[in-house]
Design a protein around this ligand. Structure first.
Ligand code: NAD
Length: 285
């Protein structure tokens, strides 16, 4: 049987590390990391995410601010808020909860956030830094996947890594992070031919397609590390990943469950990005 990678436990340890680092930072520099989360509209899932983020900030000893706008808010209103937050010295991280309502151009809003405060790592400047291998905030979920691999002691250099999914928030940044750590990386997507032939090559297989249980046991190499980013709700209300867990368990050496694998790491990495942003912004030059 494989080792189940316990994302809840790893995320708990990281959050505790961040809490301690925050105490030290406040004692030495007087700075408390601050995160502002902006929520437009009242999408129930987004409301839950925002509440969780606020609670995680409080537990880490951060200051957190939640700013809510109605679903009909104009783009200009949201832009004004971002400009204010960009200039607010108590705010080191700004997160605009996605998706945004139709009347608001998402990319324009992302680009309005000061890159130094872009704790989601979505701003083109930060995407460029990642591409070039320079430090800067990195998208939380891919960063969480790397932490899971590292804290499980998985060797990355020289291994075949296959990612199923090429989104800007998961697949593509994760490919760059794995490449920077010397993996041989393949990205698959909906047009990939003979997907099982490709996934069976993977020493490290990451499923980030948003397609319930699409990775079957016979698509997995014996002894692979399988990381399931997918979160899908079945008709019966059950949460499942992109990997058929019971089948995959028979082939993998390490595997993440859903829930309790990658999911909890995303908020832990948001806290890590905010703490690092606070350090960078307030560090004496
Ligand atoms: P997305 O829809 O933006 O991208 C999905 C990608 O998968 C696309 O590139 C598409 O080409 C590819 N794909 C879809 N079906 C495929 C198939 N059958 N074969 C091959 N490729 C296929 O999704 P996303 O935002 O990257 O999210 C992916 C999944 O990860 C979703 O289930 C999402 O809920 C989950 N997610 C989880 C977290 C977390 O915190 N754990 C964070 C972000 C996303």
């Amino acid at each position: 049987m494989p080792e189940i990678i316990n994302g809840n436990e790893i995320a708990r340890v990281i959050r505790e590390e961040i809490r301690k680092e925050t105490v030290v930072m406040r004692e030495i520099t007087g700075v408390t990391p601050g995160l502002a989360v902006v929520l437009v509209g009242d999408d129930p899932a987004s409301r839950i995410y925002v509440r969780r983020k606020g609670r995680a900030c409080a537990e880490a000893g951060f200051l957190s601010r939640e700013i809510r706008l109605p679903a009909a808010a104009a783009e200009g209103e949201l832009l004004d808020i971002i400009v204010q937050l960009n200039g607010d010295p108590a705010v080191h991280g700004i997160l605009v909860q996605l998706p945004l309502p139709r009347q608001i151009r998402t990319q324009m809003i992302i680009e309005a956030i000061a890159p130094a405060k872009d704790v989601d790592g979505f701003h083109p400047v930060n995407v460029g830094r990642l591409m070039a291998g320079n430090p800067g905030p990195v998208s939380c979920t891919p960063r969480g996947v790397m932490e899971l691999l590292d804290r499980t002691g998985v060797d990355i250099a020289g291994r075949e890594a296959v990612i199923v999914g090429r989104s800007n928030i998961v697949g593509k940044p994760l490919a760059l992070l794995l490449l920077a750590r010397h993996a041989t990386v393949t990205i698959c997507h909906t047009r990939t031919q003979r997907l099982p032939d490709v996934t069976r090559r993977a020493d490290i297989l990451v499923a980030a397609a948003g397609s319930p249980e699409m990775i079957r046991g016979d698509m997995i190499k014996e002894g692979a590390v399988v990381i399931d980013v997918g979160i899908n709700r079945r008709d019966d209300g059950r949460l499942v990943g992109d990997v058929a867990f019971a089948e995959a368990e028979r082939r993998a050496a390490y595997i993440t469950p859903v829930p309790g694998g990658v999911g909890p790491m995303t908020i832990a990495m948001l806290l890590r990005n905010t703490l690092e942003a606070a350090r960078r912004i307030t560090a004496p030059v």
